[in-house]
Design a protein around this ligand. Sequence first.
Ligand SMILES: Cc1cc2nc3c(=O)[nH]c(=O)nc-3n(C[C@H](O)[C@H](O)[C@H](O)COP(=O)(O)OP(=O)(O)OC[C@H]3O[C@@H](n4cnc5c(N)ncnc54)[C@H](O)[C@@H]3O)c2cc1C
Length: 392
Amino acid sequence: MDIRLAPEDRALQQQAREFTDQVLIPLEDECEEHDGLSAESHARAKRAVLDWRFEAINHAVEDGGRGYDVFQVMLIEEQWGRATGALWDIPWRPSIPLASGTEAQKERFLRPACRGERRDAYAITEAGAGSDPTMVETTAVRDGDGWVLNGTKWHVTSGDVADFFLVHAHVDGDPAKPTVFLVDKDAPGVRLVRIPKYTHTFVFEHPIFAFEDVRVSDDQVLGAVGEGFELTKAWFVEERLMIGARTMGASARALELSLGFAKRREQFGRPIVDFQAIEFMLADMAAEIMAATSMLYRVCWMAARGGMGRKAVHAQASAVKLVCSETAGRVIDRAVQIHGGRGYMREQPVERLSRELRVDRIWEGTSEIQRAVIGNELRKRGPDAYLAWPSA
Ligand SMILES: Cc1cc2nc3c(=O)[nH]c(=O)nc-3n(C[C@H](O)[C@H](O)[C@H](O)COP(=O)(O)OP(=O)(O)OC[C@H]3O[C@@H](n4cnc5c(N)ncnc54)[C@H](O)[C@@H]3O)c2cc1C
């Protein structure tokens, strides 16, 4: 068993680390103080994404992406996750189901999105439909040679900077016909309802949008009618693994900052790292990050290069998301404690991480939903679904 990183993967990781240190982290204070970036800073950061060749890391080269596999995408996202303010969301990573589009759809939506000329946002959640997407009330009704959409979507991340949406709707209101529609934001009937405030400071917003008699044509159906849940599931799998990556990057930064602080900070005549209470917190942080990162790397490597089937990846992505996000929650809580009063100041990265990492236990399926996925898998396939070790 050789678990060493290949030289090209190591180089990619290093490049992502430098991009985070040189491009993203210098924007943190502006993002926190102004609850986002100025148009100039955002435009500069977008140019940097292209200069560093980090656009659409998850899409094929022929579509204008960088063509990295899910293991490499994870290595990059792990480093980006070190930045606060969700600045990792500046480098656009168009939703993976867009790769299932027709040639015409790719030309109109995916390829411009890969180039950074367009941007998508994924709209599933509604006031009455969260963990259970079968409760979606957004409808698509056949009308002549097209469709008419009606419904209201909540928490549409980056909806403020997006110019088109992947809207998860039920054809004829039938939960057995979930379908994803590609909807231009400037289409008649798309209305921004409001932009709620959230706990974290996020470089973009999570607005609520209403779709009121929005007409779309047949060529705006992504995949087939009734296939929406499969597409949305593919999105969940990638996002869950990337949440694993970013929470581990954020946790590693929290550990570095905490160790540095504990060595510098003196109380009672000695550095606080000399108190076993502090040292043990650091030890738990390091050990738990090591455990969760090992799992993250293993599952992403298997998903990319180990011939793991789609269902197995879905099942294991839930375990990764659960373990990494819950680990990060414990790690960051200790980081705040080690920083004392400073850990409660917004000018400190650990404070910002403490607000930011909380949502990782909620979005893309709550921890309870991940446990439900794992439990279901255990019932169907037994412990080997999680415990079997792959062999060559
Ligand atoms: C900042 C932010 C950004 C988001 N971005 C997007 C986005 O871009 N697109 C999008 O579509 N959605 C987005 N979401 C929505 C997010 O995915 C949902 O909030 C999440 O899936 C939970 O749904 P809910 O909020 O309706 O909670 P609910 O489903 O109402 O859950 C409430 C509580 O009940 C628990 N619960 C529910 N069902 C079960 C069960 N079967 N067993 C045990 N416990 C259960 C949950 O775990 C939770 O603790 C975002 C949310 C946030 C906060």
